[in-house]
Design a protein. Structure first.
Length: 276
Protein backbone atom coordinates (compact mmCIF):
# COMPACT_ATOMS: atom_id res chain seq x y z
CA UNK A 1 0.00 0.00 0.00
CA UNK A 2 2.86 2.32 0.83
CA UNK A 3 4.46 1.60 -2.57
CA UNK A 4 1.24 2.35 -4.44
CA UNK A 5 1.07 5.79 -2.82
CA UNK A 6 4.46 6.66 -4.36
CA UNK A 7 3.83 5.01 -7.71
CA UNK A 8 0.79 7.08 -8.57
CA UNK A 9 2.47 10.49 -8.07
CA UNK A 10 5.54 9.25 -9.93
CA UNK A 11 3.41 8.22 -12.88
CA UNK A 12 1.67 11.58 -12.83
CA UNK A 13 5.02 13.40 -12.84
CA UNK A 14 6.32 11.26 -15.67
CA UNK A 15 3.21 11.88 -17.77
CA UNK A 16 3.42 15.60 -17.04
CA UNK A 17 7.03 15.73 -18.16
CA UNK A 18 6.28 13.81 -21.34
CA UNK A 19 3.33 16.09 -22.12
CA UNK A 20 5.57 19.11 -21.62
CA UNK A 21 7.95 18.00 -24.37
CA UNK A 22 7.19 19.72 -27.69
CA UNK A 23 9.02 18.97 -30.92
CA UNK A 24 9.40 21.78 -33.40
CA UNK A 25 10.32 21.20 -37.04
CA UNK A 26 13.16 22.98 -38.79
CA UNK A 27 10.77 25.51 -40.34
CA UNK A 28 8.86 26.17 -37.09
CA UNK A 29 9.46 28.42 -34.14
CA UNK A 30 7.59 28.49 -30.86
CA UNK A 31 6.69 31.74 -29.10
CA UNK A 32 6.37 30.89 -25.40
CA UNK A 33 4.27 32.88 -22.94
CA UNK A 34 5.18 32.31 -19.29
CA UNK A 35 2.57 33.62 -16.88
CA UNK A 36 1.29 35.85 -19.68
CA UNK A 37 4.66 37.37 -20.54
CA UNK A 38 6.42 36.49 -23.76
CA UNK A 39 9.93 35.11 -23.52
CA UNK A 40 12.72 36.98 -25.25
CA UNK A 41 13.73 34.37 -27.79
CA UNK A 42 11.41 31.91 -29.52
CA UNK A 43 12.01 28.18 -29.10
CA UNK A 44 13.08 25.73 -31.76
CA UNK A 45 13.85 23.92 -33.85
CA UNK A 46 14.07 20.66 -31.95
CA UNK A 47 12.79 19.86 -28.44
CA UNK A 48 11.14 22.58 -26.36
CA UNK A 49 9.82 22.18 -22.81
CA UNK A 50 6.47 23.86 -22.20
CA UNK A 51 5.22 23.46 -18.65
CA UNK A 52 1.48 23.93 -18.68
CA UNK A 53 -0.40 25.80 -17.33
CA UNK A 54 2.46 28.14 -16.55
CA UNK A 55 3.70 28.19 -20.16
CA UNK A 56 1.76 28.49 -23.40
CA UNK A 57 3.40 28.10 -26.80
CA UNK A 58 2.25 29.40 -30.20
CA UNK A 59 3.71 27.69 -33.27
CA UNK A 60 4.74 29.94 -36.17
CA UNK A 61 5.88 28.66 -39.57
CA UNK A 62 8.81 30.42 -41.23
CA UNK A 63 8.09 29.04 -44.70
CA UNK A 64 7.01 31.24 -47.59
CA UNK A 65 3.24 31.53 -47.84
CA UNK A 66 1.47 31.99 -51.18
CA UNK A 67 -1.81 33.81 -50.69
CA UNK A 68 -4.21 34.53 -53.53
CA UNK A 69 -5.93 37.89 -53.45
CA UNK A 70 -9.57 37.57 -54.61
CA UNK A 71 -10.68 39.42 -57.73
CA UNK A 72 -11.21 43.10 -56.99
CA UNK A 73 -13.31 45.58 -58.95
CA UNK A 74 -10.88 48.38 -59.78
CA UNK A 75 -11.57 51.69 -61.53
CA UNK A 76 -8.42 52.86 -63.27
CA UNK A 77 -7.34 56.47 -63.63
CA UNK A 78 -8.97 56.70 -67.08
CA UNK A 79 -12.32 55.47 -65.64
CA UNK A 80 -12.21 51.89 -66.92
CA UNK A 81 -13.69 49.18 -64.68
CA UNK A 82 -11.65 45.98 -64.54
CA UNK A 83 -11.43 42.92 -62.31
CA UNK A 84 -7.93 42.14 -61.07
CA UNK A 85 -6.61 39.39 -58.83
CA UNK A 86 -3.08 38.83 -57.58
CA UNK A 87 -0.80 36.53 -55.62
CA UNK A 88 1.24 37.61 -52.59
CA UNK A 89 4.32 35.73 -51.41
CA UNK A 90 5.41 36.44 -47.84
CA UNK A 91 7.08 34.83 -44.83
CA UNK A 92 7.47 35.48 -41.11
CA UNK A 93 10.91 36.80 -40.15
CA UNK A 94 10.13 37.69 -36.52
CA UNK A 95 7.82 35.15 -34.85
CA UNK A 96 7.47 37.21 -31.68
CA UNK A 97 6.14 40.28 -33.50
CA UNK A 98 3.87 38.12 -35.67
CA UNK A 99 2.16 36.90 -32.47
CA UNK A 100 2.05 39.95 -30.22
CA UNK A 101 1.73 42.80 -32.74
CA UNK A 102 -1.25 41.48 -34.71
CA UNK A 103 -4.03 39.09 -33.80
CA UNK A 104 -3.98 37.08 -37.05
CA UNK A 105 -1.22 38.06 -39.42
CA UNK A 106 -2.60 35.90 -42.26
CA UNK A 107 -6.00 37.61 -42.22
CA UNK A 108 -4.44 41.04 -41.72
CA UNK A 109 -2.05 40.54 -44.66
CA UNK A 110 -4.91 39.34 -46.86
CA UNK A 111 -7.08 42.38 -46.12
CA UNK A 112 -4.14 44.74 -46.56
CA UNK A 113 -3.31 43.15 -49.93
CA UNK A 114 -6.87 43.67 -51.18
CA UNK A 115 -7.03 47.33 -50.20
CA UNK A 116 -3.53 48.04 -51.50
CA UNK A 117 -4.38 46.38 -54.81
CA UNK A 118 -7.41 48.63 -55.32
CA UNK A 119 -5.62 51.81 -54.25
CA UNK A 120 -2.46 51.27 -56.32
CA UNK A 121 -4.23 50.16 -59.50
CA UNK A 122 -6.65 53.06 -59.20
CA UNK A 123 -3.74 55.46 -59.74
CA UNK A 124 -2.67 54.03 -63.12
CA UNK A 125 -4.39 53.99 -66.48
CA UNK A 126 -5.40 50.91 -68.43
CA UNK A 127 -2.44 50.97 -70.82
CA UNK A 128 0.02 51.07 -67.92
CA UNK A 129 -1.83 48.25 -66.19
CA UNK A 130 -1.51 46.03 -69.27
CA UNK A 131 2.02 46.96 -70.33
CA UNK A 132 3.90 47.87 -67.15
CA UNK A 133 3.20 44.88 -64.92
CA UNK A 134 6.71 44.81 -63.46
CA UNK A 135 6.54 48.37 -62.14
CA UNK A 136 3.08 47.82 -60.67
CA UNK A 137 4.17 44.56 -58.99
CA UNK A 138 7.21 46.28 -57.51
CA UNK A 139 5.13 49.13 -56.19
CA UNK A 140 2.59 46.77 -54.62
CA UNK A 141 5.41 44.84 -52.98
CA UNK A 142 6.91 48.01 -51.51
CA UNK A 143 3.54 49.19 -50.14
CA UNK A 144 2.70 45.85 -48.53
CA UNK A 145 6.19 45.35 -47.13
CA UNK A 146 6.11 48.81 -45.57
CA UNK A 147 2.90 48.04 -43.67
CA UNK A 148 3.66 44.42 -42.73
CA UNK A 149 7.22 45.13 -41.52
CA UNK A 150 6.10 46.06 -37.96
CA UNK A 151 4.24 42.75 -37.80
CA UNK A 152 7.40 40.73 -38.42
CA UNK A 153 6.18 39.73 -41.89
CA UNK A 154 8.30 40.15 -45.02
CA UNK A 155 6.49 40.43 -48.38
CA UNK A 156 8.93 39.07 -50.93
CA UNK A 157 6.90 39.32 -54.14
CA UNK A 158 3.52 40.42 -55.50
CA UNK A 159 2.27 39.36 -58.93
CA UNK A 160 -0.83 40.64 -60.71
CA UNK A 161 -2.33 37.38 -61.89
CA UNK A 162 -5.21 38.22 -64.22
CA UNK A 163 -6.94 41.31 -65.59
CA UNK A 164 -10.52 40.84 -66.78
CA UNK A 165 -11.68 43.53 -69.21
CA UNK A 166 -15.25 44.29 -70.34
CA UNK A 167 -16.25 42.98 -73.76
CA UNK A 168 -16.63 46.48 -75.17
CA UNK A 169 -13.14 47.43 -74.03
CA UNK A 170 -11.72 44.26 -75.59
CA UNK A 171 -13.21 45.24 -78.96
CA UNK A 172 -11.83 48.77 -78.63
CA UNK A 173 -8.35 47.46 -77.85
CA UNK A 174 -8.56 45.07 -80.81
CA UNK A 175 -9.44 47.94 -83.17
CA UNK A 176 -6.63 50.03 -81.72
CA UNK A 177 -4.14 47.21 -82.22
CA UNK A 178 -5.34 46.69 -85.79
CA UNK A 179 -4.94 50.39 -86.57
CA UNK A 180 -1.47 50.35 -85.06
CA UNK A 181 -0.47 47.38 -87.22
CA UNK A 182 -1.80 49.11 -90.34
CA UNK A 183 0.17 52.23 -89.46
CA UNK A 184 3.36 50.23 -89.04
CA UNK A 185 2.75 48.41 -92.32
CA UNK A 186 2.33 51.70 -94.19
CA UNK A 187 5.44 53.16 -92.61
CA UNK A 188 7.47 50.06 -93.50
CA UNK A 189 6.12 50.13 -97.06
CA UNK A 190 6.99 53.82 -97.41
CA UNK A 191 10.49 53.20 -96.08
CA UNK A 192 10.91 50.35 -98.56
CA UNK A 193 9.79 52.56 -101.44
CA UNK A 194 12.23 55.25 -100.33
CA UNK A 195 15.15 52.83 -100.17
CA UNK A 196 14.18 51.31 -103.53
CA UNK A 197 14.08 54.77 -105.10
CA UNK A 198 17.54 55.53 -103.73
CA UNK A 199 18.95 52.29 -105.11
CA UNK A 200 17.29 52.86 -108.50
CA UNK A 201 18.77 56.34 -108.66
CA UNK A 202 22.22 54.94 -107.91
CA UNK A 203 21.76 52.21 -110.52
CA UNK A 204 20.64 54.74 -113.14
CA UNK A 205 23.68 56.86 -112.39
CA UNK A 206 26.02 53.90 -112.87
CA UNK A 207 24.30 52.80 -116.07
CA UNK A 208 24.57 56.34 -117.44
CA UNK A 209 28.33 56.22 -116.91
CA UNK A 210 28.60 52.81 -118.63
CA UNK A 211 26.13 52.57 -121.57
CA UNK A 212 27.11 48.95 -122.17
CA UNK A 213 25.57 47.99 -118.84
CA UNK A 214 22.05 48.54 -120.20
CA UNK A 215 22.73 46.04 -122.97
CA UNK A 216 23.81 43.45 -120.37
CA UNK A 217 20.60 44.15 -118.50
CA UNK A 218 18.60 43.55 -121.69
CA UNK A 219 20.33 40.20 -122.21
CA UNK A 220 19.71 39.19 -118.60
CA UNK A 221 16.02 40.02 -119.00
CA UNK A 222 15.86 37.84 -122.12
CA UNK A 223 17.46 34.96 -120.22
CA UNK A 224 14.91 35.28 -117.43
CA UNK A 225 12.01 35.34 -119.90
CA UNK A 226 13.40 32.43 -121.90
CA UNK A 227 13.77 30.24 -118.81
CA UNK A 228 9.98 29.98 -118.58
CA UNK A 229 7.93 27.75 -120.86
CA UNK A 230 6.21 30.22 -123.13
CA UNK A 231 5.99 31.10 -126.80
CA UNK A 232 6.36 34.84 -126.42
CA UNK A 233 9.30 36.44 -128.23
CA UNK A 234 10.41 39.75 -126.80
CA UNK A 235 12.74 42.14 -128.61
CA UNK A 236 13.94 44.87 -126.34
CA UNK A 237 14.26 48.27 -127.94
CA UNK A 238 16.24 50.90 -126.11
CA UNK A 239 14.35 54.02 -125.16
CA UNK A 240 17.32 56.08 -126.39
CA UNK A 241 16.50 54.91 -129.93
CA UNK A 242 13.06 56.52 -129.76
CA UNK A 243 14.61 59.65 -128.33
CA UNK A 244 17.10 59.88 -131.19
CA UNK A 245 14.36 59.29 -133.77
CA UNK A 246 12.31 62.04 -132.21
CA UNK A 247 15.22 64.42 -132.37
CA UNK A 248 15.82 63.61 -136.06
CA UNK A 249 12.18 64.18 -136.91
CA UNK A 250 12.16 67.44 -134.99
CA UNK A 251 15.31 68.59 -136.74
CA UNK A 252 13.85 67.64 -140.14
CA UNK A 253 10.66 69.56 -139.38
CA UNK A 254 12.63 72.67 -138.43
CA UNK A 255 14.74 72.37 -141.59
CA UNK A 256 11.67 72.11 -143.81
CA UNK A 257 10.06 75.17 -142.23
CA UNK A 258 13.15 77.35 -142.78
CA UNK A 259 13.58 76.52 -146.53
CA UNK A 260 10.12 77.58 -147.75
CA UNK A 261 10.28 81.22 -146.58
CA UNK A 262 13.65 81.69 -148.32
CA UNK A 263 12.33 80.34 -151.60
CA UNK A 264 9.31 82.60 -151.36
CA UNK A 265 11.58 85.60 -150.65
CA UNK A 266 13.79 84.82 -153.66
CA UNK A 267 10.79 84.46 -155.93
CA UNK A 268 9.43 87.81 -154.81
CA UNK A 269 12.79 89.53 -155.36
CA UNK A 270 13.11 88.09 -158.90
CA UNK A 271 9.58 89.22 -159.73
CA UNK A 272 10.23 92.73 -158.60
CA UNK A 273 13.48 92.92 -160.54
CA UNK A 274 11.78 91.69 -163.72
CA UNK A 275 9.05 94.23 -163.27
CA UNK A 276 11.58 96.97 -162.88
Amino acid sequence: MFQLIWVVPAMIVILYVFSSIKILSEYERGVVFRLGRVLVSPRGPGIALVFAPIDRMVRISLRVEAMEVPAQDVITRDNVTVKVNAIVYFRVIDPTKAVIEVKNFLYATSQLAQTSLRSVLGEVDLDSLLSQRDKINERLQCVLDQHTGPWGVKVSMVEVKQVDLPEQMIRVIARQAEAERERRAKVIHAEGEYLAAEKLAMAAELIQKQPAAIQLRYLQTLVEIGSEKNTTVVFPLPIDMFVNIGRVLEHFAQGSGSVHPEQGLRTEVITRNGAA
